[in-house]
Write a new protein. Structure first.
Length: 420
């Protein structure tokens, strides 16, 4: 039994190549069935994300799956020349393949170290392969073990505990300042990618209410709808500032949008209830002098970058622990796989012995119909059966003796229980 993991990712290929090799989710079932026949594997699964496309394959023998077959199929399926695929392709087999899958699920091979989204994407790949009927015992067990490893890594290490994006860091900081976000009112200024991520993190943390302020209302409305937020214009910010417990801003403005005077007026209306403010923009959206005001906790993108740098270091330390867990679990899975191969060997050996027994028994029964003495027939049967069963181990002992392989002789004596 052999396992192969083959693919491209953000480390080996630019997005222009990755998008050519990605798989349409709606056509994945057909692709899996194609691969079973064209690549001559027994089991298959496909993981396809924006950062990677990987094929996981199981074959009866390591020689069944070749790089030539896989590349030829990818070339045909995606209508992409092999010259585009080959330079970016990586290939892992058996223990390396198992180790690679587990590292991917744990976020150890991700663009952002320790990111959790990849585990959900792997679970989706598992479900799609199950639905397509391209998964059997080995692949199923491998995915289940992989999910277990990812859970163990998340539980026993700090690899996912620290914020490593400014959006996540801003929300994480707010959670430390406020006992609960469920009653907090948030004003988000801007509607770009960063603010969209902030809104998503706030929504996932069940924040009380979100208001989005943007120069163009139509740009903000699509994002706001996803998180149940209200939308206002930048000009309306002074009217809503006093309601905000948290203000997070990220626009492309060349001048500050929120000045010291605006915040002073809001604080007076709030009766000096504190405000947490985060300025993610460069140049600044919030005047620097705002930080001089009492009851204002103002953080800039530089403040968050220092937090992120420390968190990345924490993740790198946690990754060392995670790698040790992955290596241990890889070894455990390979032991199980070898045991599976051993079961096949035992079944084949028993089948061979029973076949030889039945053949000799059939001859003996025919002889019983003649005048030959039954005792002689039984003695002949016993002798022939014994010789048949002794032939293979006797030959192995003689070959080992002739080659001076004493360790093999000791092993055979132990297996055959000669000294017992």
């Amino acid at each position: 039994m052999s396992i192969v993991a083959v693919g491209i990712n953000h480390k080996t290929a630019p997005v222009a190549v990755r998008e050519k090799i990605s798989f349409n989710p709606d056509k994945l079932s057909m692709a899996l069935q194609e691969m079973l026949s064209h690549v001559q594997c027994k089991e298959a699964a496909i993981l396809s994300t924006c950062n990677r496309t990987e094929l996981y394959l199981v074959a009866a023998d390591k020689y069944d799956i070749t790089q030539e077959k896989v590349i030829a199929w990818l070339e045909q399926h995606h209508n992409v020349p092999a010259s585009t695929i080959i330079p970016s392709l990586y290939w892992h087999s058996d223990q390396q393949a198992v180790n690679h899958m587990m590292r991917v699920a744990c976020g150890l091979d991700s663009l952002v170290l320790g990111e959790p989204q990849i585990l959900g994407q792997m679970k989706q790949a598992y479900s799609q392969a199950k639905a397509a009927g391209s998964m059997a015992l080995v692949m199923d067990r491998l995915f289940q073990r992989t999910f277990g490893v990812a859970k163990q890594v998340r539980t026993e290490t700090e690899i996912g505990a620290s914020a490593v994006s400014v959006a996540f860091a801003a929300v994480n900081l707010a959670k430390h300042i406020f006992a609960s976000l469920e009653k907090a009112k948030v004003l988000l200024v801007g509607a770009g990618e960063t603010i969209e991520l902030v809104a998503k993190h706030l929504y996932e943390n069940k924040v009380g209410h979100i208001t989005v302020a943007n120069r163009t209302l139509s740009r903000a409305e699509g994002m706001a709808k996803q998180v149940g937020a209200d939308v206002i214009t930048l000009a309306q910010i002074p009217q809503h500032m006093a309601d905000a417990d948290i203000v997070i801003s990220s626009t492309g403005s060349t001048l500050p949008i929120i000045g010291k005077g605006m915040v002073e007026q809001a604080l007076a209306k709030r009766k000096h209830r504190p405000v947490f403010m985060v300025d993610l923009a460069v140049p600044r959206d919030i005047e620097e002098q705002v930080s001089d005001l009492e009851d204002v906790f103002l953080y800039t993108v530089d403040d968050l970058q220092s937090i992120i740098a420390q968190n990345m270091e924490n993740r790198r330390k946690a990754a060392i622990e995670a790698e040790a867990i992955v290596n241990q679990q890889t070894t455990g899975f390979m032991s199980w796989l070898r045991g599976l191969n051993t079961q096949d060997t035992v079944v084949s050996y028993r089948k061979q012995c029973l076949s030889e027994r039945d053949l000799l028994l059939e001859k003996a029964l025919l002889q019983l119909q003649s005048d030959k003495a039954p005792e002689a027939i039984i003695a002949e049967l016993a002798t022939k059966l014994t010789n048949k069963l002794m032939h293979a181990p006797t030959s192995a002992i003689q070959t080992a003796a002739q080659g001076g392989e004493l360790d093999k002789i000791v092993y055979l004596r132990d297996v055959l229980q000669i000294d017992k």
